[in-house]
Write a protein that binds this ligand. Sequence first.
Ligand SMILES: *Cc1c(COP(=O)(O)O)cnc(C)c1O
Length: 363
Amino acid sequence: MIPMTDLKAEYETLKGEMDRAIQEVLDSGWFILGAQVRAFEQEFAAYCVAECGVGTGNGTDAISLALRACGIEPGDEVITVPNTAVFTVLAVSAVGAEPVLVDIDPVTYTMDPAKLEGAITQRTRAVVPVHLYGQSADMDPILEIAHRHGLVVIEDACQAHGAQYKGRRVGTLGNAGCFSFYPTKNLGAYGDGGMVVTNDPQVADRLRLLRNGGQQDRYHHAVKGINSRLDELQAAVLRVKLCHLDEWNEVRRARAQEYAGLLEGTGVVTPTEADYARHVYHLYVIRSRQRDALLEHLSGRGIAANIHYPVPVHLQQAYRDLGLSDGSLPVAESCAREVLSLPMYPGLAAEATSCVAKAIREF
Ligand SMILES: *Cc1c(COP(=O)(O)O)cnc(C)c1O
């Protein structure tokens, strides 16, 4: 059996330091917004080379709070992409803003900058590019168009901790960058967690207010915020794991390179690392015209594989109100039919990649 990911095995490799970190929080008797969260906010912001970090309850809230902190209001239009975790778009809806979806680049699967300008209207206020599967969107043209139209740029970096765009860590290129610490992400908590990083201290102050119910001082609420705080236990877990993130991303890159070599000539399309990008392979996503049959072949051999994502946002029942029919965003739709994520995690053995590749070759 080869799983998609193995968090139990990962914990075993960290057990000593992790158990000590968790015990320290239990002994402190302080569980919400304390020393661990403050330290992790600083450490993760420093890792990204951003001035400020603000912990949140999850990545979805990180995106919606970042939008609100940057002044996005109900009725504003926010441009993003259809091939992402639906949570990206739910975060836009949570603000009361209207999501507007543009198609993606067929090679990198991230926002196609050439589609952006045509989607901008009088009501557009923000763009949310998604650094999908661990690779940065092509930010320079996106930022250029956004600046020309006075739009806020909020990066969805929930799959791209440590990924780079032209040598800079993602999350620091736009007005704010949003991260999820869902357990299977490249940097994952033992529960939910999220963070916004920004170089704008005013945005950070507003985020701190909004995530904590809008409380200016205890029991004095200046605005209608939400309750979305990172907790001390998760922050302690994440501080331990952050020390390993670069090393783990290196292993992901090495496994990706092995896969690419082993899959050459099999007819499946392997991921392309763009010239501007340093990919961190949150997911290793191939494409095949016979995706469903291939998935079945692999699971018959005890190899886990998964589809990210089988239904683009505009074809979800929840987003029927966008009024976009099948065929309206053709690149994203063909990806949804053809993409397949192979096992990828730092503990994946080199023998496992050859075993997976062998099964694909056989198919
Ligand atoms: C995981 C993820 C989210 C949501 O993060 P949560 O912590 O689960 O709320 C948003 N966008 C993308 C691209 C993600 O992968």
